[in-house]
Unconditional design. Structure first.
Length: 230
């Protein structure tokens, strides 16, 4: 049985200083982007908000903001933002900034299609979509799996052959049936193709090292809009 480890201990509070640095950079970059694109009196939806840590930080911007949090698998309450049970509750063209951080890699095809459809419906014509997904593959993958096994006593999801091929030749294994608890086999290039089919990608950043190749980074960010999208 997979050992359950709190998400915060795997990310911002992980004992591994390198992994902790990468997650803190991702988190601070997410907040910086939200602050850049969100204006006074506007609205923001965090799609896949978890327990609301990101929204709680955005709320401190203190600019008469309307904040929404959507995550059907997170059972929590908040007085700082409106929890959305179904995105149908949100009016057309009413969201100025839509954030979707580290979510698409855990969605099944019908769920990601729903995200794209709803995003286009609720986003304001001048709105921005900020998406991040993990970079799985290259030598960093090997380090991640060693870190996960040594710190959290969790068996890797990869066979030795799969880990070798993914780490040194970027050959992805098949994705498992349950996408909720693993990144195994996730290919950000395929997701980027899907994003381009639905939105216009205006900017793309790697994190935590924006000027280095993807295979030495842990996340990729896309700043998107619905303008001029085919």
């Amino acid at each position: 049985m997979r050992r359950k480890v709190e998400y915060s201990r795997q990310t911002l509070s992980t004992p591994n200083p390198i992994a902790r640095f990468a997650h803190k950079k991702r988190y601070s970059f997410s907040l910086a982007l939200a602050k850049k694109f969100l204006k006074d009196g506007q609205s923001l939806l965090d799609y896949g908000c978890g327990t609301g840590d990101f929204l709680n930080k955005v709320e401190t911007f203190g600019r008469n903001l309307k904040l929404y949090g959507f995550d059907p698998e997170s059972k929590h309450s908040s007085e700082k933002y409106q929890i959305v049970v179904n995105t149908k509750e949100i009016e057309d063209s009413s969201v100025n900034v839509l954030c979707c951080f580290e979510v698409l890699e855990h969605l099944y095809h019908y769920e990601s299609n729903k995200f794209y459809t709803e995003a286009k419906r609720i986003l304001h014509s001048n709105g921005s979509i900020i998406i991040s997904v993990p970079l799985i593959g290259g030598p960093i993958l090997l380090l991640k799996e060693i870190n996960r096994m040594s710190l959290f006593q969790r068996k890797t999801d990869y066979s030795l052959r799969e880990l070798f091929l993914a780490s040194f030749f970027n050959i992805k294994p098949a994705r498992p049936k349950n996408l909720r608890t693993t990144h195994k086999g996730f290919d950000f290039c395929k997701t980027e193709t899907e994003i381009r089919k639905n939105f216009t990608i205006n900017q793309k950043y790697y994190s935590p090292f924006p000027y280095l190749p993807w295979y030495v980074n842990s996340q990729v960010f896309y700043i998107c809009s619905t303008e001029e999208c085919c």
